[in-house]
Design a protein around this ligand. Sequence first.
Ligand SMILES: Cc1cc2nc3c(=O)[nH]c(=O)nc-3n(C[C@H](O)[C@H](O)[C@H](O)COP(=O)(O)OP(=O)(O)OC[C@H]3O[C@@H](n4cnc5c(N)ncnc54)[C@H](O)[C@@H]3O)c2cc1C
Length: 440
Amino acid sequence: MSTNRNWAGNHTYRAPIVEARSVGDVQDLVRAGGRVRALGTRHSFNDLPDTTGTLVTVTGIPGNPVMDEDEGTVDMPAGMRYGDLAAWLHPRGWALHNLGSLPHISVAGAIATGTHGSGDGNGNLATAVRRIDYVDAAGQLRRTSDADPDFDGMVVGLGAYGIVVRVTLAVEPAYRVRQDVYPGPTWEMALEHLPSITGAGYSVSIFTTWTGTDVGAVWVKTRLTDDDEPVPDRLLGAPRAVGPADPSSNLTVQGGIPGPWHERLPHFRLDATPSHGDELQSEYFVDQADAPAALRAIRHLSDRIAPVLLVSELRTVAPDRLWLSGAYERSALSIHFTWQHSGRHARHQGGRSRPVRVLRPAALGKASQPRSRHPSRGVPPAAGSADALRSPRSRCGVQQRAPAKPRDPCPLTPITLQRRPAKKARMSPATSSGRSSDAK
Ligand SMILES: Cc1cc2nc3c(=O)[nH]c(=O)nc-3n(C[C@H](O)[C@H](O)[C@H](O)COP(=O)(O)OP(=O)(O)OC[C@H]3O[C@@H](n4cnc5c(N)ncnc54)[C@H](O)[C@@H]3O)c2cc1C
């Protein structure tokens, strides 16, 4: 099994991967000459980071975050995972404005692609960036900030202008969130009143397989001023699921139980395998004004999509000024697809995946799901049910890989970079040692 694959296992990096231990390591590598490109935690579904030269990851550069309470910012090593940053911020009384569906991704990798969560009023994660320290093509350590004219063109930078080594993000006082699930509502109601759904909470996700008369489920994450704050019992006629959350799930707690922001805004728990585990993802952005027309058009394709789909997720992103953002100067609806990776999908795509743009996971679950029906209890879920979409066995009966245990989704290949004088730097090629047994 190759050790140089991305999280989904659909791309093997052709470049050797070097794990830098310091900013000096990065500078040495760049100064040694040749093409050098940054790799994060490998969650992109395509070859975006790859190069004919050398890949360098900064996830191994140690260091703690540094708060500037007066400025309302936190500065951290760029390779830090969002989940670790959130766990550091929260006990100190601070929070980020939003998170993506999984907390396992690196800050540098996420902002480079404009990774987003959801919420009519929430910009993507890169909109929180205030400063970036990076190593440029000459090996110089440089800083850019939101005061610089080119900043908006650099934040969502696809790793194209240098190796980011530190990032400063805006923070705000910590807050609490509850997460409720509304199975339904009907497509008819949803298309007619889409803003009522997307605006039903601080962060809203609509999960669908495009088939049937109902959309599937709406997950509403409500930002609370008070834990007792009520939420509606119905959303466009769809009743709120009630009952205890499933503790064995890889999902963050649902069922309306209030909790800290970083344990509710991501869909997936940091200590579990995110999403389905064997999947490909792609995503389109449309202007929110065009959303109903776009969704109607996709519904017309449902008989072609459904056989190769695990689930789709619809989210909103607030407008920003970042040149390469999918929400550049427009309120966007992101239409996301989690595709089956094995069997029919591979054949359908001629053996190649064709993600349009990197994106996110699946998992459609009900807070009230009875424990006895959970797939891990050995009871197969009914086709098309929420359980089926969360099960290792897909809706279509194609066997999906069931992760044996929680894993770091992308453990990095350990590589020793010898500090050498400029122009003499060498790197060892990636080896297969050091991978955990459950890695792809
Ligand atoms: C299960 C799953 C769920 C996901 N959920 C979401 C979601 O909810 N929302 C969403 O928008 N996306 C989502 N994604 C996509 C993911 O957020 C993006 O692919 C993100 O870019 C991954 O970050 P990474 O650290 O793995 O970066 P990589 O995939 O390793 O790299 C991505 C890009 O970042 C650049 N980069 C990485 N590190 C640096 C650095 N130090 N300096 C400069 N450039 C750098 C690389 O060159 C490359 O261009 C999901 C992906 C998966 C697998």
